[in-house]
Design a protein around this ligand. Structure first.
Ligand code: NAP
Length: 248
């Protein structure tokens, strides 16, 4: 029996990187996948076909996670197409790095909106369905820098710390309805988000990691699979650091 057999899942920001890795692992475990993206139409279409090859239902939605109305509409569209929402993975995220001295208000606001407000938007959008079902698992993609901070990423680390607070509050509010909520704090994971950094910076990160390697989207996808499945039925309100031991 596959771990997510027949479960209907929404993953935000899955056209590439960690979200794509999660979609692939979930599909291989029997889930039907509704995923979102912001602008990568071609990549989304390719992923749709790749996921469907597992025999599951898969559909990409161009939907801005930072937009409240768009999130509401997405939940309606997914219910129409899939009939239930068992798992929500709030993964969409961006960076706009810079020292606070030089950070513009726009760069602060956009990172908070895409990374944090999106979690509120999507949680609120799926709640009526999950409450009716009396079950659900919500997984929010945080970051180790939301736990420890990072110079040059005040906006990003604030958005990720806020996600952890939101996750715990959601778990406390909804535990009695059998809705679980956890977050994952990845360390340094090789994706387009980190591609722009030079080899020297990547080597510095590697040196700080007890496991002596950077992470892969699959490393995060496997932890997300655990939190999405009934294997974690007694786990809620937690921040799971998946960082090769970096925060130890
Ligand atoms: P990525 O490669 O840059 O991919 C970002 C994904 O989010 C893309 O699918 C993108 O869609 C989508 N997206 C961006 N803005 C969106 C919006 N407004 N609405 C809907 N979708 C949107 O990023 P990643 O490295 O996979 O990161 C995924 C998550 O993990 C993020 O929350 C990130 O903060 C977190 N994280 C990453 C790392 C790391 O080292 N990579 C570490 C810790 C945490 P388009 O392709 O259409 O732009």
């Amino acid at each position: 029996m596959k771990l997510l057999e027949g479960k209907n899942v929404i993953i935000t920001g899955a056209s590439r990187g960690i979200g794509k890795g999660i979609a692939e692992v979930f599909a291989s475990q029997g889930a039907n996948i509704a995923f979102t993206y912001r602008s990568s139409d071609k990549k989304a279409k390719t992923l749709e076909l790749e996921l469907a090859a597992n025999g599951c239902k898969a559909k990409g939605y161009k939907s801005d996670a930072s937009n409240f109305e768009a999130a509401q509409q997405l939940a309606v569209d997914v219910m129409e197409e899939f009939g239930s929402i068992d798992v929500l993975v709030n993964n969409a995220g961006i960076t706009k790095d810079g020292l606070i001295m030089r950070m513009s208000e726009e760069d602060f606001d956009s990172v908070m909106d895409v990374n944090m407000k999106s979690v509120f938007n999507m949680t609120k959008a799926v709640l009526p369905t999950m409450l009716k079902q009396r079950k659900g698992s919500i997984i929010n993609m945080s970051s180790v820098v939301g736990v420890k901070g990072n110079a040059g990423q005040a906006n990003y680390s604030a958005s990720k710390a806020a996600i952890n607070g939101f996750t715990k509050s959601t778990a406390l509010e909804l535990g009695s309805r059998n809705i679980r909520c956890n977050s994952i704090a990845p360390g340094f994971i090789e994706t387009e988000m980190t591609e722009a950094l030079g080899e020297e910076v990547v080597q510095e990160w590697r040196d700080q990691v007890p496991l002596k390697r950077v992470g892969t989207p699959d490393d995060i996808a496997n932890a997300t699979l655990f939190l999405a499945s009934d294997m974690s039925a007694y786990v809620t309100g937690q921040v799971l650091n998946v960082c090769g031991g970096m925060l130890t």
